[in-house]
Design a protein around this ligand. Structure first.
Ligand SMILES: Nc1nc2c(c(=O)[nH]1)N[C@H]1C(S)=C(S)[C@@H](COP(=O)(O)OP(=O)(O)OC[C@H]3O[C@@H](n4cnc5c(=O)[nH]c(N)nc54)[C@H](O)[C@@H]3O)O[C@H]1N2
Ligand SMILES: Nc1nc2c(c(=O)[nH]1)N[C@H]1C(S)=C(S)[C@@H](COP(=O)(O)OP(=O)(O)OC[C@H]3O[C@@H](n4cnc5c(=O)[nH]c(N)nc54)[C@H](O)[C@@H]3O)O[C@H]1N2
Ligand SMILES: [Mo]
Length: 678
């Protein structure tokens, strides 16, 4: 028995330092360690169960070749040499016959580190001339807003939330999505700070908040603009700060002017008095901090909504004091990118928006993808328009590789499945996007079965396709050296990682916005109406698009993060049906009671699932967790089958929460416990 220090690189703001207990090559348990002072000695319940997944029955242990129909999940084990030989042959053939752009890599966060994505994989696909992927499924609109307004300024650190006297948690649910901010919020609350939550659901935090604005999904923009208007009208705008540090204040004021609290409240389905109360508290209280999450971005107004929320501390002059300002993502403070690990410039090939992968898999597409290489991603269950993606994956003339540690729903459609080493079986360089810490992950156990790392597989394919060049990084260590070596602080980062396994940013771990850090925009100012964003948004920045509900599909279906999985990661550990939540006011007129089986549908598809009738969300909104697996519903479809592939106003982001649906009691419910049909 031994204990090894490492880091959890799964997609989460926190980036916990972990101690992994190992016995005879098997992971026995995972717990927190104080190496990362913000995450301390506790970790979330889901990663505690990661060992079950590492050694569980869903683990892919060898390369697999499809023997049954696509989607059936019938495979036979093959050797690495046979699998990679076939893949290399097909890649060459597709490129030579149809051109490189008929090849599409499909990837997203996976384990979010700097080494396992955008490095050796990028080198292979760039040299093949493959289509490029725009990684827009998450944080594209919030990212565009924060870089447009502030040039990615570092955010208020979690521990400084304890000092805030007003905390606004906007479209974020840390009980599921990043638990280590909570003790600081609670400490503030215990010492008299007010907490406000803006969320269509009554989350745990909302239930304990001083004020909960249960907005209709997609209406944050009018609410934030009404707050801005109120601040200007009540002489609560910080004119001095605006004059000294901002551009576009007058334009913002004009765009907010049409949004009286009453009008915004009507749009959002809340009380105008609550908007005014929040405005007054925000104006009067300091330090005041806004934690901007990602729940508000996943709709048609997502970019403008994030921009309006982030504009609030500038308008009200909430900066320049510890515990005041905002937090969104902190990843840009590292200034690091995987790019140097790719060692190959970006080619000018077609760019595919990943929210619309279904369109390029469509046989009717102008130049359909013929080779899909999926890794760090479970796209069938996580992309919009699931049925369209599924139809694409079923195409006989599409060759699909899924490289994953687990036999995911997407993997069941693969021609070849490749077994991936998990983060406990390889090296990684991981940083949180909430906590200020970068840590090195180390191989804690040998790869399970015949698993290989991303680097090994893509490097092998480069070699087989004669795409090697002198000077390419040969090992994960060399990839890491390239990534860190390209950064001015790289030598310090490396030294700190070597000495303690953890490195801290130059900005420190608790920066004060407009105290010791300033906007990263070229002129160092806040751009409240950046020209580029204004030109990009269909109605201009801060232009509001109304609810997409129709008479036939009146309910908004949202799909928030669950506390049990990281998107779909670990979903195999939960065999039972996953309920969709519905408000009693929406259930009763439909004759639906708690525990019923329901049919949830729109023009894109239908989901047959269990229902939980609960007052913990606002009427008119249904909620089915993101990332659930096909076995969690009775027809194998999930919320994504109902999500349109429309795009956000900025950055081509996903509009998952713009799904509008009808719900009815299932006339002929499947027998409970019968499992799910695929
Ligand atoms: N346990 C767990 N942790 C995770 C993840 C996970 O799947 N599970 N996912 C990780 C990833 S990939 C991400 S991006 C982050 C996301 O972290 P969060 O931003 O916290 O997660 P979401 O669940 O997307 O959205 C948060 C809240 O927004 C609400 N919401 C939905 N629509 C709207 C809206 O229009 N306006 C407002 N104001 N609120 C709305 C939802 O009800 C939800 O409670 O979490 C990361 N951490
Ligand atoms: N309906 C709905 N859908 C959503 C969202 C929503 O709000 N609603 N939110 C979206 C969000 S926020 C996100 S970030 C995306 C995430 O969507 P995905 O990127 O699909 O994320 P996961 O479901 O976690 O799947 C990641 C897969 O990568 C694998 N993996 C992990 N590490 C490695 C590795 O080192 N190598 C290889 N080869 N594989 C690895 C894991 O085993 C897992 O199967 O989902 C989006 N989907
Ligand atoms: Mo995400």
């Amino acid at each position: 028995m031994k204990t090894v220090d490492s880091v959890c690189p799964l997609d989460c703001p926190d980036s916990c330092s972990i101690a992994v207990e190992v016995d005879g090559g098997r992971v026995v348990s995972i717990d927190g360690t104080p190496r990362n002072p913000v995450t301390g000695s506790y970790i979330c319940a889901k990663v505690r169960r990661f060992p079950e997944a590492v050694h569980g029955p869903h683990r892919v242990a060898t390369p697999l070749r499809r023997t049954g129909d696509k989607g059936e999940g019938a495979f036979r084990p093959v050797s690495w040499d046979e699998a990679l030989g076939e893949i290399a042959g097909r890649l060459r053939q597709v490129r030579d016959t149809h051109g490189g752009e008929a090849i599409l890599p499909l990837f997203y966060g996976g384990s979010n580190g700097y080494l396992s994505q955008g490095t050796t994989d990028a080198r292979l696909f760039r040299r093949l001339g493959a289509s490029r992927l725009a990684r827009t499924v998450c944080s594209a609109p919030t990212g565009a807003a924060s870089s447009g307004l502030y040039g990615n300024m570092a955010g208020v650190a979690y521990p400084d939330y304890a000092r805030a006297r007003l905390i606004v948690m906007w479209g974020v649910n840390p009980h599921a999505s990043g638990i280590h901010i909570l003790p600081f919020v609670q400490r503030a609350q215990r010492t008299g700070a007010k907490v406000v939550v803006v969320d269509p659901r009554r989350t745990k935090l909302a239930a304990r908040a001083d004020l909960h604005l249960a907005v209709r999904p997609g209406t944050d923009l009018p609410v934030a603009l009404a707050l801005i208007r109120w601040l200007f009208e009540h002489d609560a705008a910080d004119r001095e700060f605006l004059a000294a540090h901002c551009t576009g204040a007058e334009a913002l004021r004009e765009r907010a002017a049409p949004w009286s609290p009453a009008r915004a409240a009507a749009e959002a389905g809340i009380d105008a008095g609550d908007i005014e109360r929040l405005a007054r508290w925000y104006a009067e209280t300091s330090p005041a901090v806004i934690r901007c999450g990602w729940g508000l971005e996943r709709n048609r107004n997502g970019g403008s909504a994030a921009a309006a929320v982030l504009a609030l501390p500038a308008v009200a002059g909430k900066f320049g004091i510890r515990g005041g300002g905002y937090t969104l993502t902190n990843s840009p403070v590292w200034g690091l990118s995987s790019e140097p690990g790719a060692a190959e410039p970006v080619p000018d090939t077609r760019l595919v928006n990943m929210n619309r992968v279904g369109r390029v898999l469509d046989p009717a597409a102008e130049s359909p993808v013929r080779f899909l290489f999926v890794y760090n991603n479970n796209g069938l269950m996580t992309l919009p328009e699931q049925e369209r993606v599924r139809r694409g994956l079923l195409r006989g003339d599409l060759f699909t590789v899924v490289f994953d540690s687990f036999l995911t729903d997407t993997a069941r459609y693969a021609d070849v499945v490749l077994p991936a080493a998990t983060f406990l079986e390889r090296r990684e360089l991981a940083r949180g996007y909430g906590a200020y810490a970068m840590q090195r992950g180390v191989p804690v156990i040998p790869p399970v079965g015949e698993s290989r790392t991303n680097h090994e597989v893509f490097a092998d394919l480069c070699a087989r396709l004669d795409l090697d060049r002198p000077g390419d990084p040969r090992t994960e260590e060399e990839v890491e050296t390239a990534v860190l070596g390209a950064h001015p602080e790289g030598a310090r980062y490396t030294r700190e990682l070597d000495e303690a396994g953890i490195a801290l940013p130059a900005s420190g771990v608790a920066p004060v916005q407009f105290g010791d850090i300033f906007p990263g925009t070229p002129d160092g100012k806040v751009h409240l109406v950046p020209g580029a964003l204004d030109a990009e948004a269909p109605l201009g920045l801060y232009g509001y698009r109304g609810d997409p509900a129709t008479a036939g599909y009146p309910l908004a279906l949202i799909s928030p993060a669950s506390a049990k999985m990281v998107t779909s990661t670990l979903g195999q550990l939960y065999p039972d049906p996953w309920p969709m939540e519905l408000h009693p006011d929406d259930a009763a007129p439909r004759g639906i009671v708690d525990g019923d089986t329901v049919r949830v549908f729109n023009d894109l598809g239908e989901v047959v699932c269990r229902v939980r009738v609960t007052g913990a969300l606002r009427p008119g909104v249904a909620s089915l967790a993101k990332g659930i697996w096909s076995h969690h519903t009775f027809n194998g479809r999930t919320a994504n089958a109902l999500c349109p592939d429309t795009l956000t106003d900025l950055a081509g982001g996903a509009c998952f929460n713009d799904a509008r649906v009808q719900v009815e009691r299932h006339p002929d419910p499947p027998v409970p416990g019968n499992g799910a049909a695929r």
